[in-house]
Write a protein that binds this ligand. Sequence first.
Ligand SMILES: Cc1cc2nc3c(=O)[nH]c(=O)nc-3n(C[C@H](O)[C@H](O)[C@H](O)COP(=O)(O)OP(=O)(O)OC[C@H]3O[C@@H](n4cnc5c(N)ncnc54)[C@H](O)[C@@H]3O)c2cc1C
Length: 264
Amino acid sequence: MDRINNFNRRDWLKLLTAGAAAACATHSAQAQAAQPVKTAARIVIAGAGAAGLAAASRLAQQLSGAQITLVDARKEHYYQPGFTLVGAGIKPADYVVSQTGSYVPSGVQWVQERVTEIDPEGNKVVTQSGQVLPYDFLIVATGLQLEYGRIEGMEPGLIGQHGIGSIYNGPDAAAATWGLMSQFATQGGRGVFTRPGTEMKCAGAPLKYTFLSEDRATRQGGRSKAEFVYFSNNAALFSVPIVSERRCACYSKSATSKPSTTGC
Ligand SMILES: Cc1cc2nc3c(=O)[nH]c(=O)nc-3n(C[C@H](O)[C@H](O)[C@H](O)COP(=O)(O)OP(=O)(O)OC[C@H]3O[C@@H](n4cnc5c(N)ncnc54)[C@H](O)[C@@H]3O)c2cc1C
């Protein structure tokens, strides 16, 4: 405990959340002026996606003397909200790809391997090559695992073929989806859009993609030949009740069939 200077888990969590609060505060300069906390804590972050990199940046900024290690084999960083734009032909696939290395803060070590084992009792993680990384604090930020196989008949290799698209599987899948959507937007047909009933990344993305596709079909001349069917996972369009109530009221007030996207 000496080594980490009585810097306990509670203090550490406070640092991460204080950073988020400071970002929202009007007087953020005050937060920025705060002195870094001195500690020799060893912090391992498994996963260098948006969450892992954000945590590493925050901790590197607010701690002095800590040994911070990011562990992730993937060298490309994906800007995932942009997948919807790639799938709608608004941006090319490379728009959403950048290099993880360019976001790793100075002083933070990046081990370019997968974590294969976490040993919470021994306070260590093991990487695919067998490298052992001891820690005082561990952040697990390995993201969500996509399970296409749980949809009967579906597998990622089908994306871009047989009229099947998906914007979730990465930049290439989103680009392949645009290949199909582009034809649909011109030729028309029956477009079935779905939102799964599971936890997922960005619950708004399926609806957003439906609206973007409708807009594309309108612009490319296929709208009158196209039918749009949206399958939600429940009766509400949005899962947050207050948002759902506002949006539904908005739709029912609308004189046209096209809902407003700018708020009531
Ligand atoms: C289509 C789409 C639209 C979205 N739109 C929005 C939006 O509008 N607004 C919004 O806020 N969010 C949006 N999101 C969600 C947002 O992109 C994610 O919430 C965010 O990227 C999650 O970050 P993460 O770091 O938790 O996971 P990820 O960014 O997925 O990163 C996880 C990292 O962990 C690594 N990893 C996995 N397993 C291991 C292991 N065993 N060892 C080491 N590393 C490992 C992976 O290689 C990866 O680099 C959207 C997502 C998608 C797909």
